[in-house]
Design a protein around this ligand. Structure first.
Ligand SMILES: Cc1cc2nc3c(=O)[nH]c(=O)nc-3n(C[C@H](O)[C@H](O)[C@H](O)COP(=O)(O)OP(=O)(O)OC[C@H]3O[C@@H](n4cnc5c(N)ncnc54)[C@H](O)[C@@H]3O)c2cc1C
Length: 391
């Protein structure tokens, strides 16, 4: 689907009848948009930054980078269900793009949650249009799971705010990307959220993380050194840990969408390999041990997908759903690791080669468990929400 066609479908999407029609159309549209021009999915090749930018540009043209942003701020005015579908379908074809998209949407979400309307009207339109790629910076050298412990500090200086500190693992930062990050820092009266464009003086990229998976993900350590941002970039001061809950819920919901999409990809890849390869006098997919494995994968994926859309609907209705989303993230990222492992095994040694897509899905699956908090952190938060002793 070319850019123009994407625009047309975007218009049709708004005229669909009922949520299911619209969601089916949206899924088909994303499927075509993300895969356009791609070579066969079966052979894996890491995306380079230029093709990431090109693909994100097409997705921005289709409105996906502004899917959560209100129309009056230049977005699509969609909700979490639409965002989940877009991220899930993107992950099915290109997990790295989906992770970038989910970080971008989380940045938009933070601004929508915390920015007074005048700032939101300033920051959101370039993000919605894809002119700026949004990221989220919470993690620090001494604050990973314990995000209450963030040390990055702000000081007021005339009409400006000066920020000092270190942020780690910030997705969507890197040379060639015009980024803006939503940073959670220590404010004057608690935690604070701040929007910091990467071209602000004092914003330095100091290290490019190369993960065991997520090849070429633009992800950096950021040094904020006397980083002077306008006072208007401080979105909200005095946030408590509880105030972060809706923000965490959104980020983790999109991580579930990535996990669901990657799980689909594993099933598709393993099934198509199993239908081609003959061993023991038949296609390997005809061996009961193999088709049972595929049936188990499909069963997990169906429940992941259904729960994802339910959780997204809960977010859309303004519900407080972090506990359920934490459970779902724990479940889906755990199942994804098992699914990726089973899928790789189904393709035998071929699956384990570096240029097989399954080996990249397998490597990515482990890292996704850490994104927006480890599985232990999910367990700790679930236990705390259940009123259980967690000390
Ligand atoms: C691909 C990828 C992309 C990422 N993108 C971003 C991003 O864009 N922005 C960002 O801010 N961060 C990002 N991160 C970082 C991610 O959010 C952190 O890795 C995650 O929050 C865990 O923090 P940590 O790595 O410091 O681990 P730690 O907090 O050091 O934890 C290490 C281990 O100790 C366990 N542990 C920690 N505390 C406790 C406790 N109290 N009780 C029991 N067990 C405990 C954890 O569960 C974990 O198993 C990304 C990570 C990855 C892998």
């Amino acid at each position: 689907m070319d850019k123009e066609r994407c625009e047309v479908v975007k218009g049709e999407r708004l005229m669909g009848n009922g949520a299911d029609d619209i969601h089916t159309m949206l899924r088909g549209e994303v499927h075509a948009c993300v895969r356009r021009g791609m070579r066969s999915l079966s052979s894996y090749e890491a995306m380079d930054p230029a093709s990431m930018r090109e693909r994100l540009g097409v997705m921005a043209g289709a409105g996906y980078l502004g899917i959560l942003v209100p129309t009056m701020a230049g977005g699509e005015g969609g909700g979490w269900q639409e965002a989940a579908i877009v991220v899930e379908e993107t992950a099915r074809a290109q997990p790295v793009l989906a992770l970038m998209l989910s970080s971008h949407l989380s940045c938009c979400h933070g601004i929508m949650l915390w920015a007074p309307s005048e700032q939101a009207e300033r920051f959101l339109p370039p993000l919605a249009a894809g002119a700026v790629l949004g990221g989220v910076a919470i993690t620090e050298p001494e604050a990973g799971s314990d995000y209450d412990a963030v040390q990055t500090r702000m000081e007021r200086s005339g009409g400006d705010v000066v920020v000092n500190g270190n942020k780690c693992f910030v997705t969507n930062t890197g040379p060639g990307f015009e980024s803006g990050i939503l940073a959670v820092i220590r404010g004057e009266t608690g935690l604070a959220s701040m929007y910091i464009p990467a071209d602000t003086p004092g914003f330095h990229l100091v290290h490019h993380y190369r993960f065991a998976g997520w090849d070429n993900l633009p992800n950096h350590a950021v040094l904020l050194q006397d980083c002077k941002v306008g006072g208007g970039n401080l979105l909200c001061d005095g946030l408590s840990r509880d105030d972060l809950r809706p923000f965490l819920a959104g980020g983790r919901l999109l991580t579930v969408a990535v996990a669901a999409g990657m799980s689909w990809a594993c099933l598709e890849e393993a099934s198509s390999y199993g239908k081609e390869r003959n061993q023991g006098g038949r296609k390997i997919v005809e061996h009961q041990a193999v088709y049972f494995r595929l049936a188990d994968m499909a069963t997990s994926i169906a429940s992941m997908h259904t729960c994802l859309l339910q959780a997204a609907a809960c977010m859309d209705s303004g519900g407080s759903c972090l506990r359920e989303i934490n459970m779902l993230k724990l479940f889906s990222t755990s199942r994804l690791e098992e699914i990726a492992s089973s899928a790789l095994e189904t393709a035998g040694a071929y699956g384990y080669t570096a240029d097989s897509r399954l080996s990249s899905l397998y490597r990515d699956a482990k890292g996704l468990q850490l994104h927006w908090g480890s599985r232990d952190l999910m367990r700790m938060e679930i236990a705390a929400d259940l009123g259980l002793e967690t000390a």
